[in-house]
Design a protein around this ligand. Structure first.
Ligand code: PMP
Ligand code: GLN
Length: 384
């Protein structure tokens, strides 16, 4: 029996491919973005306690009320805003499900959504699966600043949604307040919704600030904002995140959510509700990651990479033209994994049309110091 594929051009994600290659060849895995150190023992204790206390049956469809209240309180502290935990917050199975559900909520067949490339790999397939069309607007290295005139030029009568990722994986760029004003003006002029992937909200470096759509009154009124506890609490395997949107879009979002997952892991939600209550646990994360960035960066530079600025997320982009200009980035990432035992991600995987001749790979620095040092030692061999 043949199935007509909804995603004929989609294969296995580059993260899965590179992590498997790293495992197969015993390479240090700086490819897929996940920490290699444990999460806070208090979070693990809270999980065990919740399970032992018998919180092992279905959670409410929209999420545990205590967790939604804790999320509302967190955003209140961060941005001085009031969120209604009943009508504006939905707990999801990670940010990936929140993104997919928001996209499926908004887009009908024939609709268009604007995606800024390089873009996280799940956006375009989720759009295509709705019978809608991703319209890609490219951002240029090294700063990957958004050309808002180009974004507006890409709007058509079929455009419904603009997707932003701030801070941006893999560009590592961070939007400014004028960026959000420009986006709001375009969204209002063309009556568009915004999907803001803010999973790296806490990872902004060098004294820069994260500007959330939730703190921007005009954008908040027309945005789905998506978050991931996997990123914030170093627990990517828990797959718990959430989506914030005004009551009407949230009601539509939940209609799909209830048939995609119905509800999300109950003991995990209890543990996160308890854990979030202590702001020190999520404040100040950036300092720790900036330190890790600054540990890896000189090692990459010494190996001959030219570093692009890393302003946010837990990734470092590196241009390898001075090392192996003959290889495209997929070939280079394979070569570095096999020959030098360090795995990275080729950045062309994040583009519809990769810029010709761009020679850039992405390294994840959410790793123990010992792992980063070992990677640096191995990369010393690249120069020889
Ligand atoms: N958005 C971006 C930009 C990401 O990098 C990731 C992966 N960490 C996700 C969404 C998915 O998050 P989750 O693991 O919570 O599904
Ligand atoms: N977000 C992670 C990254 O960017 C990957 C998550 C995944 O494998 N889907 O590396």
């Amino acid at each position: 029996m043949r199935i007509r594929s909804k995603l004929p051009e989609v294969g296995t994600t580059i993260f899965t491919v590179m992590s498997a290659l790293a495992t197969e060849h015993g390479a240090i895995n700086l490819s897929q973005g996940f920490p290699d150190y444990p999460c806070d023992p208090a979070l693990l204790d809270a999980l065990a306690e919740a399970a032992r206390a018998g919180h092992n049956q279905y959670a409410p469809m929209a999420g545990l009320p205590a967790l939604r209240q804790a999320i509302a309180a967190k955003h209140g502290l961060q941005h001085g805003i009031t969120l209604d935990s009943e009508t504006e917050i939905t707990v999801t199975a990670g940010a990936t499900q929140a993104l997919y559900t928001a996209i499926a909520t908004v887009l009908h067949p024939g609709d268009e959504a604007i995606v800024l490339d390089p873009s996280y790999d799940s956006y375009a397939p989720a759009i295509l699966a709705q019978g809608a069309r991703p319209v890609h607007v490219a951002l240029a290295a090294p700063d990957f600043a958004v050309d808002w005139a180009a974004v507006e030029a890409a709007v058509s009568p079929r455009t419904r949604l603009v997707i932003i990722n701030n801070p941006n994986n893999p560009a590592t760029s961070v939007m400014t307040a004028p960026d959000l004003d420009a986006l709001a003006a375009i969204a209002e002029r063309h009556d568009l919704l915004v999907l803001a992937d803010e999973v790296y909200e806490h990872l902004v470096f060098d004294g820069l600030r994260h500007h959330s759509v939730l703190a921007h009154e005009r954008l908040r009124a027309r945005s789905f904002a998506v978050y991931s506890f996997g990123k914030t609490f170093h627990a990517t395997g828990w797959k718990i995140g959430y989506c914030v949107a005004p009551p009407a879009p949230t009601a539509e979002f939940r209609k799909l959510h209830q048939f995609l997952v119905f509800s999300v892991n109950t003991p995990g939600q209890h543990a996160l509700a308890a854990h979030l209550g202590e702001p020190a646990r999520w404040q100040g994360l950036a300092n720790d990651f900036q330190r890790r960035r600054d540990l890896l960066a000189p090692g990459l530079a010494a190996a001959g990479f030219h570093l692009l600025p890393s302003r946010g997320t837990y990734f470092q982009l590196a241009d390898y033209s001075a090392i192996r200009p003959d290889l495209d980035d997929l070939a280079f990432a394979r070569w570095l994994t096999l020959e030098h035992g360090v795995a990275s991600i080729p950045v062309s995987a994040f583009y519809r049309n990769p810029p010709p001749g761009q020679r850039v790979v992405r390294f994840c620095f959410a790793k123990q110091d010992a792992t980063l040092r070992q990677a640096i030692d191995r990369l010393e061999g690249v120069r020889r």
